[in-house]
Structure formats: structure tokens, C-alpha cells
Design a protein around this ligand. Structure first.
Ligand SMILES: Nc1ncnc2c1ncn2[C@@H]1O[C@H](COP(=O)(O)OP(=O)(O)O)[C@@H](O)[C@H]1O
Ligand SMILES: [Mg+2]
Length: 289
């Protein structure tokens, strides 16, 4: 057996990562020895791992520069999944501006806000709806966006989509770009609260238009993607739109589908296998005489 694979996590005194044991057990069943390692553990020797799989690095939001520096450093010593450039791009939601896929309508500055019934204002670097507000008051939306800007952050102002309370957000999980499972997630900003703790999820089969959109979003991303979570909502007219593409440290909803843990392990095996494959002896790179 080769080197172990690092399951990259954070100092998690409250045990928030309840997917770790499930993932490690599935890896073990697939012949992959996984070990939980903190991303910011100064004693971690990343070269001692065949790969490092970024999982529950959930404290990166407040320490993004440090986290990205770590990712690039680790990627010089081991195979980082997802790759460092993917993580760098994906940890700031300004990537949404560059996608050709339909996204939730987003205004990127506090001035000239469109008139919407209700606003969501969030920073482009965030997770778990941190520093995100929902308001009917356009002035309040402007002030929150201006406050984010004053702190050097990029504000995102969107219409509040109340479909998140009925149909809910749909998250599609892909492992090595293959669809694995999907869940319905309940609204995190319902009732005016910004607390995300009571959001719940239930298994869901994606509609064909959701699957198609998710696949086209992923087709636009280069590089190895061990895991990808495509979070979709529906706009007022019913068309699906991307609210977030999670390629860094998404919760994977492994317990929502009996196949999910094995799907993840198989994808990891595939990617590890690709690396050790030797080029065929009649390879194209051989000099032609
Ligand atoms: N425009 C919106 N309309 C309705 N709900 C929203 C909107 N934007 C965000 N939310 C709610 O807030 C949650 C977090 O927002 P999101 O953009 O996914 O950022 P993050 O998950 O990185 O904090 C979403 O899952 C959703 O429940
Ligand atoms: Mg989200």
C-alpha cells in the first residue's frame, strides 16, 4: 500500500465535522488509508501523504490569505484535492461574475441598487451565511454593503428569492465530476434570522434542468475535482440558477444517500490511480526518429 491520504480538517473542538468518520471508513473499504490532519498544524509533513483532501477547513473564512498560502505550499509537497488554483478561485464568490451559466441576479456595489422587494446582502468571501443580511429596506441594504466595502470586502446584493422557503435550495454532489447524489436544503435566512444552524436537508432527485445546469457549470471549471457541490435555486420565472459553486470545503451530505461514501472513495481511487499511471511505452512524447 502507498502513502496515506490526509483528510484535511481544522481544530474542531465541538466536533462539527460529522462526515469525517464516514469518509475515512469508506476510504478504508476502498483500500485507502486516510488520516485526519489539521491544515494549520505546524508539525504536519504534507510530503508524507499521497494526497491531501481538503475537507472541513471551516475556519478559513477569517484567515483566507493564510489558508491560500498553506494550500499552495502543501500543493508543492503532495497532491492537493481540490487543486490550489481551484481553491484560490473558489473561496471568493466573485468567480460567479465570470461564469456564463445563469446565476442569481447580483449587484456588486452599494451604489445604484435596483429596486427589489427584498434584499440579501453578503460578502463575496463567506461561508454559512456569515455577515449576511436580509432586508426589505433598500437603505439598510446599501449601508450593509457600504460597511462591507469599508472593511475591504466585496459586497454582493441580490433579490431575496422566497422559493428557498418552498422548494428549497438544491445541492448536487459530484465526485470526480460524476453525479453522486442531491439534497434539498432549507432556507438559511428564513424568518429574518441569519442563523444557519437550523437549516435541514433531505434527499432529492434533481430535475433534468438542474442536472444539466450543474453539469454545464462544472464543464467550465478546469482541473481535477474530487468533489464539487453545485447549489441551485430557481428564479421567479422558474429557471434554475447557480447560487454557489462549492469546490473548497463543502459539506457533502454523505448520509443522504447510501452510495455517497463509496462514490467519494471510488472517485479518490480513480484520481490517485491516474497519477501513478505510467505513460504508455509507445507514448506520444517519445522522440520520433
Ligand atoms: N438571494 C438569496 N435569496 C434567498 N436566500 C438566500 C439568498 N442568498 C443566500 N441565501 C440563503 O443564505 C444561504 C447562504 O448563502 P450562500 O450564497 O450560499 O453563501 P455561503 O453558503 O457561502 O454563506 C443560502 O444557502 C440561502 O439559504
Ligand atoms: Mg452556500
Amino acid at each position: 500500500m502507498g502513502l496515506p491520504v490526509a483528510y484535511v480538517t481544522f481544530a474542531d473542538p465541538d466536533g462539527h465535522d460529522d462526515e469525517r468518520e464516514t469518509a475515512l471508513a469508506a476510504w478504508a473499504a476502498a483500500g485507502i488509508e486516510g488520516r485526519a490532519v489539521r491544515w494549520d498544524d505546524p508539525a504536519a509533513d504534507w510530503a508524507a501523504y499521497e494526497a491531501a483532501v481538503v475537507r472541513s477547513t471551516w475556519d478559513y473564512v477569517e484567515r483566507r490569505a493564510e489558508f491560500l498560502a498553506w494550500a499552495h505550499r502543501a500543493a508543492e509537497r503532495t497532491r492537493l484535492l481540490n487543486p490550489a488554483p481551484v481553491i484560490e478561485r473558489n473561496t471568493d464568490k466573485t468567480y460567479l461574475r465570470d461564469l456564463t451559466a445563469p446565476i442569481v441576479p447580483t449587484h456588486w456595489t452599494e451604489t445604484g441598487l435596483p429596486v427589489w422587494d427584498e434584499y440579501v446582502v453578503k460578502p463575496s468571501i463567506s461561508a454559512g451565511a456569515r455577515d449576511t443580511i436580509r432586508t426589505r429596506d433598500r437603505g439598510e441594504a446599501e449601508r450593509h454593503a457600504g460597511m462591507l466595502r469599508a472593511h475591504g470586502r466585496t459586497p454582493m446584493i441580490q433579490p431575496y428569492l422566497d422559493m428557498v422557503e418552498a422548494e428549497g435550495e438544491t445541492s448536487l454532489l459530484f465526485f470526480n465530476r460524476r453525479f453522486s447524489h442531491a439534497v434539498r436544503r432549507s432556507a438559511m435566512l428564513a424568518g429574518g434570522a441569519t442563523a444557519a444552524d437550523n437549516a435541514v436537508s433531505t434527499p432529492r432527485d434533481p430535475a433534468p434542468d438542474q442536472l444539466e445546469l450543474a453539469e454545464s457549470v462544472l464543464a467550465g471549471v478546469e482541473g481535477d475535482l474530487l468533489y464539487a457541490r453545485v447549489d441551485l435555486v430557481r428564479l421567479a420565472g422558474g429557471a434554475p440558477a447557480l447560487i454557489e459553486l462549492e469546490l473548497t470545503e463543502p459539506y457533502l451530505y454523505l448520509s443522504s444517500s447510501p452510495e455517497a461514501p463509496a462514490n467519494l472513495a471510488r472517485a479518490l481511487r480513480e484520481l490517485l490511480g491516474q497519477r501513478v499511471e505510467l505513460p504508455p511505452s509507445t507514448g506520444m512524447t517519445a522522440p520520433v526518429r
